[in-house]
Design a protein around this ligand. Structure first.
Ligand code: GDP
Ligand code: MG
Length: 441
């Protein structure tokens, strides 16, 4: 049985690590996928380069190809890059009335998004919201916001013809304060392209309103341009996040990665249609899958990894049920723990092990200890691992020396092994009743 068990690991290691060639070949495809998704060239180049370094040498999961493995690594890295520190959907709206400034190019979806977010704030957060259109260039733009406001039951600032954007912003602040609103949203005018006049206007409004959030609205279907737009707006006005609209379309959303990489600002919301409910907070995995356009490969690799873990668990369980728990088993457990982020977490998941996890924590157990324990086991002979009862004083000395540690360290390991073996035996018995099965899931 233990041969079959180690067979799993043999197969795992036989396929071995990703070679430089494996990674290079797969990354060529990834690069094309990124560019097709409208990720800007320099961003795609940097991203691929970083992955090249990261992926080379990583283990390949059984039953997937190296190429598939690389794509999974790319996917995870995309998610990592796209994930901000904060909750994307949580707008800063403390200290009422909190101003939110909406900026972006003409037609990007500012007015629509303003109304969508106002509706969300009202319904989800129970906030009283006032919306004001600062778009003095097109009279219809102000009407548009008023109509949307009426539709969603959110107040809009009365339209006064002939006022400058800065004056409208001041009036909005006044009205929001007097009217006891929690939030007021300023929907600015856009231009077809970035120009000085637009930037000056937005800066002036910003200085008057001192917004808690400045959201840049960008059309998710725009490719390369999005990066310029984002860095211009961030440099001149300072943005706190990005809303990506038209993600209901065919666009693959590469702009998200480009903007994130260039400005470092988080994507906060995604627009998914013209309707007032068609907005949701940003989910990095979804965009990562879209950008890569290789979602099936990602799930295949995930599946393969899960299968291996399940097989391993199954075999372990059978051994434990028979009360078998030698040093090889312990080593495997220790390695698994190292992989899963420490002993405490793993033990906490097993019934009856919570108390032990606490003791372990008190003893200052960390990864370096796990590594030392693994080294001790490695220093044992095959026979000793299979039968720890063999370990008398002279053998102990040899083993400790081999691992560069003290005999007292080895004694601690042996004590832990005994405790765990006892526990496994008990759980093995319970396991026939299904409890261990539960625990191993
Ligand atoms: P603004 O000039 O930036 O204020 O842009 P608007 O809010 O007026 O939007 C321009 C057009 O895009 C309108 O027809 C909107 O209905 C449409 N629009 C805005 N957001 C989305 C979206 O997420 N998906 C789709 N399909 N259309 C959108
Ligand atoms: Mg507008």
């Amino acid at each position: 049985l233990s041969e079959r068990l180690s067979g799993v690991f043999d197969r795992l290691t036989k396929q071995g690590a990703l070679s430089e060639d494996d990674v290079k070949t797969a990354l060529r495809e990834v690069r094309v996928a990124l560019l097709e998704a409208d990720v800007s060239l320099p961003v795609a180049r940097d991203f691929v380069k970083a992955i090249q370094e990261k992926a080379t040498g990583q283990a390949v999961t059984k039953s997937v190809t190296p190429g598939q493995q690389v794509i999974k690594i790319v996917h995870d890295e995309l998610v990592h890059v796209l994930t901000g520190d904060e909750d994307p959907g949580a707008l800063k709206i403390d200290s009422p009335p909190a101003p939110i400034l909406m900026v972006g190019l003409q037609g990007s979806g500012k007015t629509t998004t303003t109304a969508k977010l106002a509706k969300r704030l009202k319904e989800k957060n129970g906030k009283r919201v006032l919306m004001a259109s600062l778009d003095v260039n097109r009279p219809a733009a102000m009407e548009q916001l008023a109509i949307l406001g009426a539709q969603i039951g959110v107040d809009t600032l009365p339209i006064v013809p002939g006022q400058k954007p800065v004056d409208i912003a001041k009036r909005a602040k006044q009205q929001a304060t007097m009217g006891g609103y929690d939030v007021y949203m300023l929907d600015t005018a856009g231009r077809l392209h970035i120009d000085e006049v637009l930037m000056d206007e937005v800066q002036a409004v910003r200085d008057v309103a001192n917004p808690r959030e400045t959201l840049l609205v960008v059309d998710g279907l725009t490719g390369q341009d999005a990066v310029n737009v984002a860095s211009e707006f961030d440099g001149k006005v300072g943005i706190s996040g990005v809303v990506l609209t038209r993600m209901d379309g065919d666009g693959r959303g590469g702009a998200a990665l480009s903007m994130r990489a260039v400005t470092g600002k988080p994507i906060r919301f995604v627009g998914l249609g013209e309707k007032m409910d068609a907005v949701e907070e940003f989910h990095p995995e979804r965009i990562a899958g879209r950008i890569l356009g290789m979602g099936d490969i990602v799930s295949l690799v995930e599946k393969a990894q899960e299968t291996i873990e399940a097989e391993q668990a199954e075999r372990m369980m059978k051994r434990f049920q028979k009360g078998q728990f030698n040093m090889n088993d312990l080593r495997m457990q220790l390695e698994q723990m190292l992989k899963m982020g420490g002993m405490e977490g793993v033990m906490g998941m097993m019934p009856g092990m919570g108390k032990m996890a606490k003791q372990v924590e008190k003893a200052g157990f960390d990864d370096s200890i796990l590594k030392r324990q693994i080294a001790l086991i490695q220093s044992m002979t095959k026979k000793e691992r299979a039968n720890p009862a063999l370990l008398q004083a002279s053998r102990k000395k040899r083993i400790a020396k081999g691992a560069g540690l003290e005999v007292s360290d080895l004694n601690k390991l042996l004590k832990m092994h005994r405790q765990m073996a006892d526990m496994m035996k008990k759980m093995g018995k319970m396991g026939k009743g299904g409890m261990l099965k539960q625990a191993m899931k």
